[in-house]
Design a binder for this molecule. Structure first.
Ligand code: FE2
Ligand code: FE2
Length: 288
């Protein structure tokens, strides 16, 4: 068993999402904002899927520690879905058809749950959980990345990212110890999840910018610049590539790299103040 921080479900957090968050809350940048908004529309359905896929194996888990972790994992993911849905209401008010986006995703998920083996969808969950657990490094290990974001949105992603770290080994341990998924399936599902998530996020970003009334040419220019911000050197993905690629090592375990340095700062601030926005600010300011 790897030593790690306890998984703490935090409920009824107030990020001020009902407040005056600007439409383009990411420094007035439509592409960056809509890319994050696209992720927000993916999370609630995605997290319900993760919960179902882990639940498929819950009865076979005999380790009391892992059973307890599964319980907390489910509660954390449930809260993430609630908070993202709360934010997504804002998107609906901006004319984004969130129900349509979620409907498409639900169709795909229902298909996966019906036709793919349970071991496969659990492996997809473990892969997706690796992606969400390295999100903290992508968003918060360099201050400049989130510098222009609205502090409330930044705090919401900070909280989500920190809890993803806390529960990062749950689906993986169920996959390895209980479902005994063999390596090729683990690797293949990571390829599937990486492509699926990226394509989904890109298509949703494109759709939202279209709803916003940007012309085809404006969108082409935004994507040309935005893809550099996502995939280019110093962008969102490149600096976490070393974390990402570790998943393909046969002996990989989510905790083998240790804890993110600034996690303790976030946790201490949250525990001391009970204020998720203050905790988010501390995490962002640390940039480590
Ligand atoms: Fe989550
Ligand atoms: Fe998660």
């Amino acid at each position: 068993m790897h030593q790690h921080n306890p998984i703490v479900p935090r409920e009824k957090l107030d990020f001020g999402l009902e407040g005056d968050i600007p439409k383009y809350w990411f420094g007035g940048d439509p592409f960056k904002t809509r890319f994050f908004d696209a992720m927000s529309t993916i999370f609630p359905e995605g997290e319900r899927f993760f919960i179902s896929c882990v639940r498929d194996f819950r009865d076979q888990v005999s380790d009391p520690v892992l059973r307890e972790e599964i319980k907390h994992f489910i509660r954390q993911e449930g809260q993430h879905g609630i908070v993202h849905s709360q934010y997504n209401e804002r998107l609906k008010a901006q004319g984004i058809d969130v129900d349509k986006l979620e409907g498409i995703q639900r169709g795909l998920i229902e298909w996966m749950r019906k036709y793919l083996p349970k071991k496969h969808t659990l492996a997809s969950t473990a892969a997706a959980e690796h992606m969400t657990s390295i999100m903290a490094h992508s968003f918060f290990s360099r201050k400049e990345i989130m510098a222009a974001a609205d502090p409330r949105m930044r705090a919401m992603y900070a909280w989500h990212a920190m809890e993803e770290i806390e529960h990062k080994s749950v689906a993986f341990d169920v996959m390895q110890k209980v479902a005994k998924v063999w390596y090729p399936r683990r690797a293949i599902t990571m390829v599937e999840v990486t492509l699926g998530f990226t394509i989904n996020a890109m298509l949703s970003t494109r759709y939202m910018l279209k709803v916003d009334g940007f012309s085809r040419w404006q969108r082409v220019k935004m994507f040309a610049k935005g893809l550099g911000w996502i995939f280019g050197p110093g962008g969102l993905y490149m600096p976490i590539f070393k974390h990402y690629i570790q998943y393909y090592k046969p002996g990989f375990h989510p905790w083998q790299g240790g804890q993110m340095k600034s996690y303790d700062l976030w946790l201490d601030t949250f525990n001391r103040t009970g204020d998720p926005i203050a905790a988010g600010e501390v995490l962002h300011a640390a940039g480590a």
